[in-house]
Design a protein around this ligand. Sequence first.
Ligand code: ARG
Length: 391
Amino acid sequence: MSKKKIVLAYSGGLDTSVIIKWLMERDYEVICYMGDVGQGADTKIGKERALQIGAKKCIVGDLKKEFITGYAFKALKAGALYQGKYNLATALSRPLIAEAMVRVAEKEKASAVAHGCTGKGNDQVRFEVTFHQKAPKLEVIAPVREWELTTRESEVDYAKKHKIPIEQTKKRLYSIDVNLWGISVESGKLEDPWTEPPKDTYISITDPEKAPGKAKYITVTFKKGVPVAINGRKYDPVKLVAKLNEIGGAHGVGRVDMIEDRLVGIKSREVYEAPASEILYTAHTALEELVLDRETRRHKVLLAERYAELVYYGLWFTPLKSSIDAFVDSTQKDVSGDVKLKLYKGSVTVAGRKSPKSRYNKKLATYGKGDIFDQSLAKGFIDLWAMPYRK
Ligand code: ARG
């Protein structure tokens, strides 16, 4: 009988490297899949390592463009932030990677898929919900959830025993997930909510205290809710985000430190770094303030929270999420224009906004010359407004 084929979500790190061998010991033929969402890991080295350990194949998929345009920018347009703070960078990448793995599994005629998530986190849910939706017949294996290698020492021992190359034998300080849209850092010293994030938790952002003492101004241009240019220069979506990460990161912008509620019921401490996203959320909101009518703005805020929850809960490929996307897209037809931003020692503030679709009417708003607002109408308006509450 031929071996069962399994597609593994492979990162190149210790856990998933050990998983290759662990699956081989259980008689699987392992096909590794590395989804490149801008984590900056060397996929070439990863691929070599996977093959050296004994994977049959290692397939690398460039998902960066799809990740930014089909996932991150959708969340941006919706204004989605989980519990008001987290831009969902990790959460957004999971359904995309899982779907890509399903495609590989179909092509390779694999009967199973595997991932390296623990049984305590959200990511296992996001991967597996997508597997169940896209290919319900695939067997799903989560080695870290069931194996006996429960300590780092036992994992390192196992790796040594099986000649699995490990680069960083030194103690792993934090658990870090990186992609273009953001970096998630947890565990280690961060597990004490009273402890200020140590300096060594800064991965890509300059410590605001060490950022330049002179503010930097940039202008971001949006077309239908999507950012298209910086300082008048057009960028493709992936380069635009990379550029804003660089500029924002240099000024200490984009750090979030929060206690969040995981889907599995645990509160956890997380530190995030997402300079581009912080700049873009700030700018996008400023533009919406200018162009959207009051009731649309108000309704959109309600849906933003639901949207963030759906993404966080792994419910990306669901009817409600698609319906909210449709609503959001219809609100974005006028969200075009420029936003001027000031970056300074960790903060990003709006310094100006303009749009050909602006609803701001200076003639109505002004307290100066040229006022066309008929103040005599206000009395009748207020009398009726208050009528139901008058004794
Ligand atoms: N808490 C975040 C989420 O559930 C990030 C999870 C991954 N974090 C990590 N440091 N490995 O989306």
